[in-house]
Design a protein around this ligand. Structure first.
Ligand SMILES: Cc1cc2nc3c(=O)[nH]c(=O)nc-3n(C[C@H](O)[C@H](O)[C@H](O)COP(=O)(O)OP(=O)(O)OC[C@H]3O[C@@H](n4cnc5c(N)ncnc54)[C@H](O)[C@@H]3O)c2cc1C
Length: 379
């Protein structure tokens, strides 16, 4: 296991403290009311957790990916909806603006994202999820800038974001090389933010569609080079997968802790249900799998921090962690018996929240495609 630095231990402790004391007590209420967890997110903004890897020059905390993974795990253990809000802001919005933005763009669109504003990443469309290169949204250049037409689907933070990174086709003849990335403001004329989606889990997070109707934005909102959008999206999602793997680990850990408590407190056949080997084996499998998930995730995070290629490692971390979290939540619900099926216990929320980690930022199937491609190389 990695030996953590003082900074990493400090961030983990801080995240654990705020998650346990301030975020966890609100999680169930926000989930049941399907309300965005503003109170929790504002605390993350105050601590700089919404822009953990943003350079200090732009008011960020300039921390490494391991710090981010550790914090994501603690926050998601308390509230997975708050976790995904934090993850999208850090990995899917701040990262590409920092990496590909001009100094002028960073001043306007990165600096405020750490503690004042919220960002979103708009790649998916109703008919283009796993295959984003088939997107239909277009951005056509005219003398005043780019005119965007089309729509996006499933945009996390959609209803609360101030800024969006939007991917659109600037040249429909060039396939994925004809896609470009743009930064948009929520009040850009012609941009409409749709109604909140009704979801199975992460119900407190905001997820909306977007539509663009002759939406004119100035030329200086192009992020990176013309035609570089697909590359930006894929690089961004690689890093994002470390955040979602950490979210899954946090949910898995919460499910394990809940099961542990219940196994000791609940009695059947004259003693605590913890004495039943069948349940002990479920617990053992969950503990082992979540620990393995953490090792894969921290490996991917440390490779990213060292500047090494981490595409395969991030895909393995996200795939394994999400599936381990789904299994851990399912076993925990089973261990709770009828109580697990009730909203009086948080385990039904963990069960619902775990599933999304195997779907967004690359489904399990797409990640298997990535791992196989990275392993086989050209043949
Ligand atoms: C709550 C939520 C939040 C989201 N947030 C965002 C966001 O912030 N920004 C954003 O851009 N998107 C977001 N998404 C979209 C998400 O990334 C997509 O849903 C996901 O990529 C899958 O795309 P799809 O839903 O179109 O499924 P499809 O691509 O239609 O896939 C359907 C099934 O086919 C399988 N499949 C597809 N292609 C292959 C293949 N080549 N090999 C094997 N199996 C395959 C898939 O794995 C899946 O099982 C979010 C989605 C949800 C539900």
């Amino acid at each position: 296991m990695i030996k953590f630095s003082e900074d990493q231990l400090m961030i983990m402790d801080l995240a654990r403290e705020i998650a346990e004391e301030n975020i966890k007590p609100l999680a169930s209420k926000y989930d049941q009311e399907e309300k965005f967890p503003w109170e929790s997110v504002k605390q993350l903004q105050e601590l700089g957790f919404m822009g953990m890897m943003v350079e200090e020059e732009y008011d960020g905390t300039g921390l490494d990916t391991i710090c981010y993974a550790l914090a994501m795990e603690e926050i998601s253990k308390a509230c997975a909806s708050t976790g995904v809000t934090m993850s999208v802001n850090n990995s899917l919005y701040a990262y590409p603006v920092q990496k590909y933005g001009t100094a002028e763009q960073k001043e306007e669109f990165l600096r405020p994202i750490v503690s004042k504003k919220i960002g979103a990443f708009a790649l998916s469309e109703s008919d283009a999820g796993s295959d984003p290169a088939s997107m239909r949204t277009t951005a056509l250049k005219n003398k005043d800038g780019y005119v965007i037409n089309g729509s996006k689907m499933w945009i996390t933070n959609g209803g609360v974001a101030d800024n969006f990174i939007v991917f659109a086709k600037t040249d429909s003849q060039k396939g994925h090389k004809g896609i470009s990335a743009f930064i948009m403001n929520k009040d850009d004329k012609g941009l409409k933010i749709g109604a909140e989606e009704k979801k199975l889990g992460i119900k407190a997070s905001s997820t909306t569609p977007l539509s663009f109707d002759e939406c004119l934005i100035p030329e200086n909102r192009l992020l990176g080079d013309l035609g570089e959008g697909f590359k930006i999206a894929m690089n961004t999602l690689n890093g994002g997968r470390i955040g979602i793997a950490s979210q899954a680990i946090g949910i898995g850990q919460a499910a394990i802790e809940s099961a542990k408590k219940y196994m000791v407190e609940r009695h059947a056949f004259g003693g605590p249900i913890a004495k039943f080997q069948g349940l002990q084996f479920m617990m053992a499998d969950s503990v082992m799998e979540i620990e393995a998930a953490k090792a894969l995730t921290l490996k991917a995070a440390s490779m990213k921090d060292r500047g090494e290629r981490f595409v395969k490692e991030a895909a393995m971390a996200k795939l394994y962690s999400s599936e381990a979290a789904v299994r851990a939540a399912d076993r925990s619900l089973q261990i709770h018996g009828g109580a697990g099926y009730s909203k009086d216990f948080p385990v039904e929320r963990y069960w619902r929240d775990a599933k999304i980690t195997a779907i967004y930022e690359g489904t399990s199937e797409i990640l298997r495609v990535v791992i196989a491609r990275e392993t086989l190389g050209r043949y």
